[in-house]
Design a protein around this ligand. Structure first.
Ligand code: GLU
Length: 292
């Protein structure tokens, strides 16, 4: 006799309060809400970004409530979870797959110019800035000494070494198909830094595991980051969620929505007396034409 395994998805919507929610956010929140079925819809405020503002968080909570997407559990804020991230960063450092990087932005720019070819991660926002790997060549003992005497540094993940240990990363799609996760656009990412001590990649992976997220639903702009996320999960021994990277909502002229391209906020549509349903329908109709 066979049996069916029912998975009740726990999904999360994870906005950064760096501006007002626009149609892209509304679509992502709606998509999470749809996919959760009888499961749970969690809200995580990714407020470690230095551009975050409390007033944007207040407004986004209100916009989400207006759209009808009430979180099933208490809202989680990344700004209050430093201890959790600190422990994970220590574990990553102990893996031997991280190295301290002492380069300034100016040095990185000059080195990239000298090499004559900026790695392709240029322009892939979810991957951060390109890095030519300069500090990977410093012998471990000398790097340790420089850290110990307090020379300013960040911590990068050595992707080549991680792939050598764990193999090329892959991820499970929403329908359970194992899919290769390309790393070709990625430079060694910063996971620990000075100003905002932890990076998006680290916090996102740690939080998804800690919150028991079973299906990660987010925009296709974050697909280039999934290989990095999978490697971090493997190093930390965390559970593997499934991933759904949905198409992006585009402006009427076909551009990505952002403040720069003059994207209108949900608040503006509210002021024009659109209903929540009309806002969602508008987001769906402006989705890029390609399918998931
Ligand atoms: N905080 C990210 C954003 O607002 C989303 C990150 C994620 O869903 O993994 O774009």
């Amino acid at each position: 006799m066979g049996f069916t395994l029912w998975i009740v998805p726990r999904v999360r919507f994870a906005p950064s309060p760096t501006g007002h929610l626009h149609l892209g956010h509304a679509y992502s929140a709606w998509r999470n809400w749809q996919e959760k079925g009888d499961g749970s819809f969690l809200l995580r405020i990714e407020d470690i970004d230095a551009r975050s503002k409390p007033e944007f968080e207040v407004d986004l909570l209100e916009d989400l409530a207006w759209l009808g997407f009430e979180p099933s559990e208490d809202v989680v804020r990344q700004s209050s979870r430093g201890a959790l991230y600190g422990k994970a960063l220590d574990q990553l450092k102990q893996s031997g797959l991280m190295y301290p990087c002492f380069c300034s932005r100016k040095q990185i720019k000059e080195e990239l110019e000298r090499l004559g070819s900026a790695p392709q991660s240029d322009g892939v926002m979810s991957l951060g800035s390109p890095y030519p790997g300069t500090c990977k060549k410093i012998v471990a003992k000398s790097a340790r000494n420089r850290v110990n005497i307090g020379e300013p540094h960040v911590w990068r993940l050595d992707l080549a070494a991680a792939v050598a240990r764990y193999g090329a990363p892959s991820f499970l799609s929403a329908d359970g198909v194992r899919t290769p996760a390309a790393l070709d656009q990625a430079s060694d990412p910063i996971l620990g830094r000075r100003d905002t001590p932890f990076s998006y990649h680290l916090c996102c992976v740690v939080d998804d595991a800690d919150q028991g997220i079973e299906l990660v639903i987010r925009g296709r702009d974050l697909l280039p980051a999934v290989g990095i996320h999978r490697l971090i999960q493997q190093i930390l021994g965390l559970a593997e969620p499934r991933y759904l990277h949905h198409p992006l909502v585009l402006s009427e002229s076909g551009e990505r929505l952002s403040k720069r391209t003059g994207a209108r906020s949900i608040r503006e549509y509210r002021r024009e007396a659109l209903t929540p349903d009309q806002v969602i329908q508008k987001a769906i109709s402006q989705l890029e034409s390609s399918v998931d």
